[in-house]
Design a binder for this molecule. Structure first.
Ligand code: UDX
Length: 437
């Protein structure tokens, strides 16, 4: 008989994991304490934008394999329980708030059946899994706990869940590994690399990977600063170093830096945990990675102020993009909205467009103005900022855009626009790490 799974926490990670596991033929119960989220999911509605997820979810609900509940007793007969709750940054420090993970373990420990496996997928400070396992076993010695970090990218969540680059399983027993092999049989059959480790290594793999990615982005942004100072071109530099297979050409897009719900908070939580472990020095470099990242945003704020002649008062600034990256409506720690709100504070009339993230932006930044069309956005703009590289922004005709705008100055914060096309159309275009045209 196929295993019955529960997925605790139905955010980006959990909702996607639940729908994908159901699509592989498992019976899955998604559970969350948030009643409104669960009632939307029950109707087949995803409470955030993630390409491909909504049709998959609706299909799996219709199949009868996927259900949602807020009642923990409904998952008591499950064989595997995935903990997929969030671990946001603490309000008063760098560390991760793991209270939702702790609460999930407490709730599941009360109902877990003998022989069942609890599997953590949330990103946690190293050492958490061992502590949770001891707690679980003190309540039910016949259950077990494993750690199986998730590497999905927003915007590609379904693809990354169904076809991950690797599967990392931190386990304390062969039986736990065997259960996970049954869960991921389809991936094993298609040759996905399988890495078995102990619990702390599995926890660390996730934060180490995100730290490496953040480092790569801040590295290229530091190079952009040197290019700006020396008249070189960071996009050509990135292309040239990227041909070296040891370096690789991914994650070398210089611009306003990384945001979102993972990279910024994960590197901060990792530093905080290193401090607790007496290893502050080992991750001291991440402090620099974080400050290069913050500097990348602020550099565009300063550039915008200069282009507006030093005073933002009464100037209309048109912002293309609000989400922290394209194909997402996630605005957590969005570099675009940080820049927009700083210019608003400086007195500019800031107008924002985004294909998907306007509703979320309005809630968090009600002081900014929002429009539904790019033409409306550009009309009368003194300065245009390209801050999230949605495909539709690369398709803007610079000649038409010039006929709408008041000033013809654009800053490409993502190095994604065709500088020659914009400058030929009469725009002054600035991009990070490249000579302005
Ligand atoms: C990231 C990790 O990639 C994923 O493996 C992990 O599970 C969660 O965190 P995500 O937050 O969805 O995923 O976004 P990602 O695609 O990694 O981008 C992060 C940020 O870096 C975005 O703001 C993006 O705009 C920025 N970025 C990315 C750059 O500035 N330059 C680049 O070259 C690449």
């Amino acid at each position: 008989m196929a295993l019955k799974l529960s997925v605790i926490g139905t955010g980006y990670l959990g909702a996607t994991h639940a729908a994908c596991m159901a699509s592989l033929g498992f019976d899955v119960v998604g559970i969350d304490v948030d009643e409104s989220k669960i009632s939307q999911l029950k109707l087949g509605k995803v409470p955030f934008f993630e390409p491909e997820l909504e049709p998959l979810l609706a299909e799996q609900i219709a199949s009868g394999r996927l259900t949602f509940t807020t009642d923990f007793s409904a998952i008591a007969d499950c064989d595997v329980h995935f903990i997929c709750v969030g671990t946001p940054q603490m309000k008063d420090g760098l560390a991760a708030d793991i209270s939702y993970v702790n609460a999930s373990l407490d709730a599941v420990a009360k109902i877990v059946k003998s022989g069942a496996l609890v599997v953590g997928k949330s990103t946690v400070p190293v050492g958490t899994a061992m502590r949770l396992r001891e707690k679980l076993l003190s309540i039910n010695p016949a259950a077990d706990l494993a750690w199986n970090p998730e590497f999905l990218r927003e915007g590609f969540a379904v693809e990354d869940t169904l076809h991950p680059s690797r599967l990392v399983v931190g386990v304390m027993s062969d039986s736990a590994e065997n259960i996970l092999k049954e869960v991921y049989a389809a991936n094993l059959a298609e040759g996905t690399p399988w890495v078995r480790s102990d619990l702390p290594t599995a926890e660390l793999v996730k934060v180490a990977a995100n730290s490496f990615l953040a480092t790569k982005i801040s590295f290229i942004n530091a190079m952009a600063e040197i290019c700006d100072a020396s008249g070189a071109d960071v996009t050509v530099l990135a292309q040239a170093i990227g041909y070296d297979p040891r370096i690789g050409n991914k994650f070398l897009q210089a611009g306003i830096g990384f945001g979102g719900g993972c990279l910024p908070k994960d590197i901060r939580a990792f530093m905080a945990r290193a401090g607790e472990l007496g290893a502050t020095e080992s991750l001291e470099f991440l402090r620099e990675i974080d400050s290069i990242n913050n500097r990348s945003r602020n550099k565009v704020v300063e550039m915008a102020k200069r282009e507006l002649g030093g005073s933002c008062e009464g100037k209309r600034v048109a912002v293309l993009g609000a989400a922290f990256k394209p194909n997402s409506d996630d605005i957590r720690d969005s570099p675009a909205l940080y820049i927009a709100s700083q210019l608003k504070v400086a007195g500019a009339d800031v107008v924002v467009h985004d294909p998907k993230a306007i509703e979320n932006s309005k809630k968090k930044y009600p002081e900014l103005s929002y429009v539904d069309s790019v033409d409306e956005l550009l009309a009368g703009a003194d300065l245009v900022l390209h801050l999230t590289e949605w495909k539709q922004y690369r398709e803007i005709d610079p000649v038409h855009a010039k006929s709408l705008a008041h000033g013809a100055i654009i800053i490409d914060g993502r190095n994604a626009l065709d500088m020659n096309a914009w400058s030929s159309a009469g725009w002054r275009i600035h991009a990070v790490g490249r000579t302005s045209r």
